[in-house]
Ligand binder design. Sequence first.
Ligand SMILES: *Cc1c(COP(=O)(O)O)cnc(C)c1O
Length: 617
Amino acid sequence: MVDYGINYWANDDFIIEDGKVKVNFCNKPALIDIVKQVREEGYRGPLLVRFPHLIKKQVEKIFSHFENSIKEYHYKGKFKAVFPIKVNHFPNFILPLMEQTQNRCYGLEAGSKSELIIAMAYTNENAPITVNGFKDKEMISLGFIAAKMGHDITLTIEGLNELETIIEVSKSMGKPYPNIGLRIRLHSTGVGIWAKSGGINSKFGLTATELVEAIYLLKKNKLLDKFTMIHFHIGSQISDIAPLKKALREAGNIYAELRKMGAKNLNNVNIGGGLAVEYTQYEAHQNRNYTLGEFSGNVIFTLKEIAKNKKEPEPNIFIESGRYVSANHAVLISPVLELFSQEYDEKALHLKEKNPPLVEELLDLYNTIDERSAIEYLHDSLEHMESLLTLFDLGYIDLQDRSNTEVLVHLIIKKVIKILKHKNHSDIIRIQEQVQERYLLNCSFFQSLPDYWGLKQNFPVIPLDRLNKRPTRSASLWDITCDSDGEIAFDKNYPLFLHDIDVNSEEYFLGFFLVGAYQEVLGMRHNLFTHPTELSVVFNQEEGSFEIENLLEAQTILDVLDDLDFDTKEIERRLKQKLDESEEIPQDEKKEVLGQLYVMLSENGYLRTVFKSQGEV
Ligand SMILES: *Cc1c(COP(=O)(O)O)cnc(C)c1O
């Protein structure tokens, strides 16, 4: 795999050219050059790079596909969409999203009071706001305030008690009222690891009996004319289109039946989110079995059929896709700090005058190995290593012998891989499983790829350069947290191969793609590693250039401690006092040490390893 499956996951957002990953837009800069430019300013550690033009690209894709399907089927309803804020709350995402979609009927979806405040502040004029999730009286009142500000807002009711609160609030707050939506509980379920959002046992939505009761309550309180939308959401990352079609048929029929019960202003069907992102790097493991065109075609066709059969108007269609809109806009870039077997070079070998026979044997294998004998000698050396380790446990060889064993076996492995690298040897693959190289990355998977930790969601990973050279080492990836879960282990079903580099003289960066949905706010500060330094790459198409904007450095150590409610003044005071009282540090050096401490407190906590030849990583 030399192209790291870029044709499956990259959607032409990124391409490989001249051995580098490049942004496939405008003047097509290489990611590695962007990274170097930022690092020249002194920023170290991981970077989260955002590409606002990709946000626009995704929204446009959704609208153009639905508009095409609407044309194709002569559908009479309109298409509208909202972005569910929970998928990415960050201003450097939300602001460009709203700015670049002003020409569309594209708004925001809120699921909490804080999100609703963001929606009220930033939704474009005439674009819709929808509100889902559990609501108290205060949140419902906030919805009424938004309506009075002129927002086109729909409060989606998750249960009858919320409807009762709306009725209560409407009596005290007066008109204009927000629109009311009802979340329906479908008997058809979603699929995949996020399936719990749909189905009869789902956390959300009204059953048929509750819907009938809701219509009765709305009628009785003269609010039925504000009931304009039904809503469902079958779960995130819908891998198979069949359950969606089933859900659409069910929802379409509920829509028609509710209209027949007198809900004459019900004219929107909100189909939720769930449009899947293709994360795979491997042809055999694709995440979704449909295209966007198939998706939009199915939605329009199904709702048209039902409207026709039940003689009701064709409803407007709302969608709330979040993952599909935001995932591709952000790339996490992490420097490689270390290759664990790197210390095993010939210099590390300290052979004795007289070595144990098996060590002598290893040395002989190393010196005489050639293409013909490579696999056989490799097997022999792994066997010898097992025997030598047993001899160590039994007390027959010493630590120096054991070290020589480790070094020799690593040297043999490297030599075999080098000798055979032009071959696609199945044995080599098998051997690589046993002898992976461990790449230590200057980032935290808990902070930057939480869904890998929590759900084993894989994100495409690719080195930013050297892509015209065949990668020779099977790789497992380690982050810098001291948690053994901070590892992406080598998996023979999803093998990752990386380049054999010498970190003392070369820089090597890995990019993790499609990290713009959910990862940022779910990221946790395990070991107190904060969000990485982030920046946006904004293109100027006329000039064929780009600017780096919104550069936001990772939080400093003091800020992190402050967030945890430590009294940072107290921390500084205690450190200073301990320094003053220390008898180990000479009086005239104390000031300098204190200065060093203060500098460190005002930097972020990622590593700043220094290599002689290369500077900080
Ligand atoms: C989370 C959520 C979405 C977004 O789902 P994606 O899979 O990210 O598209 C949409 N609607 C509701 C109600 C949600 O809870």
